[in-house]
Write a protein that binds this ligand. Structure first.
Ligand SMILES: C[S@@+](CC[C@H](N)C(=O)[O-])C[C@H]1O[C@@H](n2cnc3c(N)ncnc32)[C@H](O)[C@@H]1O
Length: 226
């Protein structure tokens, strides 16, 4: 059923037909990133992100995986009052994201430079709390990040993980996945299983774009499970 929907371009086109135009600046931002093959959220991912952000009205947002800042600016346009902290490790992308934040007047976006595993540990030690976390970085590491993300999520907070279907291969047997992609396939499966098994999280998988996992925290607990 899910695969049918994902593979049906008419359904994709239909869903996209409801996607409102972005501002001219943001459309140009998207077009430029797509032309240069900079990875940014798919257009299909905009609707669920928008819906969840507007529903939850977060004040503190954490994004893991800035790239050049498109999704951070997208969230900031929706929630101009929210503080957004975003993490990126690639120097060229950091430089470009900073330029974009400055050019678009996004003082409320703070870019933290470095490997997400290190930065998340620091944020955790500083007892930071977020009510919306968007995870969109190195997929094989998500399982390592999860205890920190869970701990820093406030009660009722959302953890949104993009691209969990791995180009639709998540449901395939590992034997049909190329050897090169086997580790990432296995890790993503483990991550998704962890989300569903995690005490204090309720998760739904949305078959939109390349799959989005949305998890809500229903407890005050901040302990990690590791
Ligand atoms: C899919 S892109 C993010 C796209 C961005 N969220 C957007 O939609 O505009 C993933 C980004 O995560 C960064 N990344 C990957 N692994 C990382 C890590 N371990 N620490 C920090 N950043 C990482 C990559 O360099 C890449 O720029």
């Amino acid at each position: 059923m899910i695969a049918t929907m994902l593979q049906n371009p008419r359904i994709s086109d239909y869903l996209l037909s409801f996607e409102p135009n972005l501002s001219d600046e943001m459309e140009a931002f998207r077009k430029d990133a797509e032309e240069r093959e900079v990875p940014i959220i798919r257009r299909e991912a905009q609707a669920p992100l928008r819906f969840l952000a507007v529903l939850r009205q977060p004040k503190e947002i954490l994004e893991v995986g800035t790239a050049v800042g498109f999704s951070a600016c997208f969230l900031s346009d929706l929630l101009p009052e929210a503080n957004i902290t975003t993490i990126e490790k690639v120097p060229a992308r950091i430089a470009e994201a900073k330029k974009n934040f400055s050019r678009l007047g996004k003082e409320q976006i703070q870019l933290l430079e470095g490997d997400a595993a290190d930065v998340l540990r620091l944020l955790f030690e500083e007892k930071k709390r977020y009510d919306f976390i968007f995870l969109d970085a190195a997929k094989a590491q998500y399982g390592v990040y999860l205890p920190y993300l869970f701990s820093m999520l406030s009660k009722g907070g959302l953890l949104v993980t993009d691209n969990v279907f791995q180009e639709s291969s998540l449901a395939d047997s590992k034997f049909t996945v190329t050897r090169r992609n086997r580790t990432i396939h296995m890790r993503m499966r483990e991550y998704v299983e962890s989300l569903f098994a995690w005490d204090g999280l309720t998760t739904v998988l949305l078959p939109i774009g390349d799959g989005m996992a949305v998890s809500v925290k229903q407890t005050e607990h901040t302990h990690t499970q590791e």
